[in-house]
Write a protein that binds this ligand. Structure first.
Ligand code: NI
Length: 173
């Protein structure tokens, strides 16, 4: 599967700069490690059924608005409207009550092209690594239940990613 390595590098540089010294919570890794893991999930899933460069860019930038405070307008200038809207849909809306936030987020993702759905699946696949030690059993159970909701809402976008997510859910502890 062909993908644009130079575009990958340019987007990665932008994301790395935006997230700066931020770390993946509980891991000590620079945040960019998470972004690259999500991007490699979508690159691995590329099977000709979606625009791999668009998916890869949304993957590298998916937390740039929510966690690094990047303006959607800047994403539009740097990477175009399609990427800006994809990332915007992948950003939780803090003005929505917490209990409804996931449903709202999934609704906005479902209004986007399938590549954006794939990024959300890839994000959760990446995050279904062993939970941080300080997480309670209840918190882990809630995270797993939320993963199931994401799988059921978006899994049809990419059967391969959906299957991979089910594998991760099975061994999540
Ligand atoms: Ni993420």
């Amino acid at each position: 599967m062909n993908w644009d390595q130079d575009l990958f590098k340019r987007t990665l540089d932008f994301a790395a700069k935006a997230h700066g010294t931020q770390q993946v919570p509980g891991s000590g890794f620079p945040y960019v490690v998470h972004l690259v893991k999500v991007a490699t999930e979508v690159l691995r899933a590329a099977d000709g059924s979606f625009d791999v460069d668009f998916a890869m860019q949304c993957a590298l930038l998916h937390d740039s608005v929510e966690d690094a405070g990047v303006e959607v307008a800047l994403l539009r200038t740097e990477f175009g409207a399609r990427v800006a809207e994809g990332v915007s849909a992948l950003t939780k809306d803090e003005s929505v009550p917490k209990a409804e936030r996931m449903a709202d987020s999934l609704r906005r993702i479902r209004a986007q092209p399938r590549e954006v759905w794939a990024v959300k699946l890839a994000d959760r696949i990446t995050n279904l690594e062993p939970a941080p030690a300080h997480w309670s059993a209840e918190k882990r159970a809630a995270y797993l239940a939320e993963a199931k909701v994401i799988h059921d809402a978006l899994g049809e976008a990419h059967p391969g990613l959906a299957a991979r997510m089910r594998e991760k859910m099975k061994v999540y502890a």
